[in-house]
Design a protein around this ligand. Structure first.
Ligand SMILES: [Zn+2]
Length: 144
């Protein structure tokens, strides 16, 4: 998924775990973290050398898209609602990436590649559909 779709899904996921604007912001932000392993991603551009090191050392959708990344929320926020929002934000990233490709969820095991590989055009189509459905969901929920 594109960074915009990850952020929108992360905002929804974060809000579900921690129903407040803080939960949405934390979820949306943390939903970008797994793609730190891609130097040309939104977060990868900000993190520069770390991102390039992860990309060269491990490859895309490996360690930062695995069970390992699920510990990060608790390292950053301890045992709190903020940690749950962050966890759900990251999980939204992993699940949505599996809709349009495969991730190495069980890294470092090579058998751990899970997801649905799709063509580039299908990737764009699914990304757009998910993005707009998520926006409509937020708007409808916002008026309730
Ligand atoms: Zn990703």
């Amino acid at each position: 998924m594109t960074w915009k779709t990850h952020m929108v899904l992360g905002a929804i996921a974060g809000y579900c775990a921690y129903p407040s604007w803080k939960g949405s912001v934390i979820g949306a932000t943390m939903a970008l973290v797994p793609d730190i392993d891609q130097a040309n991603s939104k977060l990868g551009n900000l993190m520069g050398p770390l991102s390039k090191m992860l990309q060269k050392g491990f490859g895309h959708r490996t360690v930062t898209h695995s069970w390992v990344i699920l510990f990060l929320p608790f390292l950053l926020f301890g045992d709190s609602l903020a940690a749950m929002a962050a966890l759900w934000g990251i999980l939204s990233h992993l699940v949505s990436d599996m809709l349009v490709g495969r991730i190495q969820l069980l890294w470092p095991l090579r058998v751990g590649w899970l997801g649905i590989p799709v063509s580039k055009s299908m990737y764009r189509t699914v990304d757009r559909i998910v993005f707009y459905v998520a926006i409509v969901y937020i708007v409808i929920k916002g008026y309730q």
